[in-house]
Design a protein around this ligand. Structure first.
Ligand SMILES: Cc1cc2nc3c(=O)[nH]c(=O)nc-3n(C[C@H](O)[C@H](O)[C@H](O)COP(=O)(O)OP(=O)(O)OC[C@H]3O[C@@H](n4cnc5c(N)ncnc54)[C@H](O)[C@@H]3O)c2cc1C
Length: 330
């Protein structure tokens, strides 16, 4: 079949690779200039910031096996830093739990590796999918051209994008659109900080309590990441919802203050930038693996499917959901 995949994050790249290896002809459309989606790294003069997904864990045997293959290829490695929980500068060890992995030298490196050998059309946003006889045409808006063009026809279309972005494209499949609306994604304001000197904090990451922030991590404590003192701080979902339309400069000031209070360090950054993720992680992951309409040949996968795991919104969900969709397509 001629298959269009919308989205070149981990789920889109995984379903595309799988279906290509099954003999299908696959084209991937990605609205951004680069691949990897929310497994992202923002490049700056000071080095990269993993400002989306921080790390990933594995509970299923299938994902553990894939990680082991990625490790052998040198694409990912374990991140063994000390993690703590923080209350106003006081920290408690978070104890040892599942192994945490990161891609190297930055989170987006994994997507770049997975995209090799795939036909990925970057800078091309799919704005509609339209039935055409028994097939599908995509309306694609390139970032270099003013008007949307038609692409296709395709025998099947697979959406591998956040639920809130999938819903408007599913007008011809109202039941799927309805499901996507239920999965609802939460926002996350993220602050990236670069410091001239070490903050001398005895941990590499922390869950933050009683704060605007819920998580901070020293990016430079991740293996094979460029040296320096770069931190990423994520606002809590509640704060991010309440301040969704906040002016970025104001959001930055407030989150920087929260960072100083949480860490007890008042060293001023030489680099401070915020990013607003409107769709960070699913609030209500759907209790299924993926969506697939075998008659219309439209499918949906992503991290907003529970795929038998506890909760959703994680890289493991995205991976397993993509495999499940590839299996359904056959
Ligand atoms: C701040 C933050 C922190 C996180 N922390 C963690 C963590 O610590 N551990 C963890 O496991 N997970 C974490 N996650 C979640 C993790 O990043 C996701 O589960 C995973 O990356 C989802 O992959 P995906 O391919 O399903 O979606 P995405 O990565 O969102 O990929 C979708 C892609 O589709 C593109 N796209 C969207 N709409 C269109 C369109 N209409 N046309 C063309 N392209 C389109 C987007 O540009 C994007 O590249 C975090 C996410 C965020 C934002």
């Amino acid at each position: 079949m001629q298959i269009a995949v919308v989205g070149a994050g981990l789920s889109g790249l995984t379903v595309a690779r799988q279906l290509q290896s099954q003999g299908h002809h696959v084209t991937v459309y990605e609205k951004s200039a680069g691949v990897s989606g929310r497994m992202s790294t923002r490049q700056t003069e000071l080095g990269g910031f993993d400002h989306g997904a921080q790390y990933f864990t594995a509970t299923s045997d299938r994902f553990k096996k894939e990680i082991s293959d990625w490790k052998k290829l040198g694409w990912v490695t374990a991140w063994d830093e000390k993690l703590v929980s923080l209350d106003h500068g006081q920290f408690k060890s978070a104890g040892k739990s599942a192994t945490r992995y990161v891609a190297t030298p930055g989170m987006n490196a994994l997507g770049k590796q997975l995209a090799h050998g795939l036909d990925v059309r970057k800078g091309q946003q799919v704005v509609a999918i339209e039935g055409y006889n028994e097939q599908w045409l995509l309306k694609v808006q390139a970032d270099t051209v003013g008007i949307a063009a038609s692409a296709g026809p395709f025998d099947a279309v697979l959406l591998a994008i956040p639920a809130d972005q999938a819903a408007p494209l599913l007008g011809e499949l109202p039941k799927f659109a309805d499901q996507a609306t239920k999965a609802k994604m939460l926002p996350c304001w993220t602050l990236m900080l670069g410091f001239p000197t070490s903050l001398d904090l005895p941990y590499g990451g922390a869950w933050v309590n009683q704060s605007r922030l819920s998580w901070i991590a020293r990016d430079t404590s991740k293996p094979l990441h460029r040296a320096g003192e770069r931190w990423v701080a994520q606002a809590s979902p509640a704060w991010s919802i309440e301040h969704l339309e906040e002016d970025p400069e104001r959001a930055k000031e407030k989150l920087l203050k929260a960072f100083h209070e949480a860490t007890g360090s008042w060293i001023q950054p030489i680099h401070a930038v915020v990013h607003r993720w409107r769709f960070a992680q699913s609030e209500h992951p759907l209790p299924s693996d993926c969506l697939w309409d075998a008659n219309r040949k439209v499918g949906v996968c992503g991290d907003w499917f529970a795929v038998g795991l506890e909760g959703g919104g994680r890289i493991e969900n995205a991976f397993l959901s993509a495999l499940a969709l590839a299996k359904s397509v056959g």
